[in-house]
Design a protein. Structure first.
Length: 132
């Protein structure tokens, strides 16, 4: 099995990474506007993933934001996060950001899967939560 290089990406992967960055930029920028929350998620996530997330929230299995693994995020995050390809399989990416913006020691990491749908790219998995 060839060693995975997270630096080299093909065109699809570059498009996926761009798509994820657009999602995170929009999501972080609108963080304090709860009414926008679902609108943004609907635009970027598959219906299956959205259903899973709302079921988990309703049954209190999810008391944090799965896209950040945190309950709260500072807008300064916009300048500090990274998205790169994740080696396991095609379509998987890793979103990461430092806990402390002054020292990039410990990173919070979130695994995401991007799929192609009739409506363009969508996120179908965040962490261990996946759509159908």
């Amino acid at each position: 099995h060839s060693q995975c290089n997270t630096e080299t990406t093909n065109q699809d992967e570059q498009k996926h990474i761009q798509f994820l960055k657009e999602f995170y930029n929009e999501y972080i920028s609108n963080w304090n506007d709860v009414s926008n929350d679902m609108k943004i998620l609907k635009k970027y996530c598959t219906k299956g993933l959205l259903r899973k997330i709302s079921e988990m929230r309703q049954s209190f299995q999810l008391d944090y934001d799965p896209f950040f693994k945190a309950q709260d995020i500072p807008v300064i995050l916009l300048n500090h996060y990274r998205v790169k390809k994740y080696c396991e399989k095609e379509g998987l990416y890793m979103f990461s950001y430092p806990h402390d913006f002054h020292v990039e020691v410990e990173l919070t990491e979130v695994k995401l899967e991007v799929v192609s749908t009739d409506e363009g790219f969508k996120i179908n998995r965040v962490g261990r939560i996946r759509g159908d």
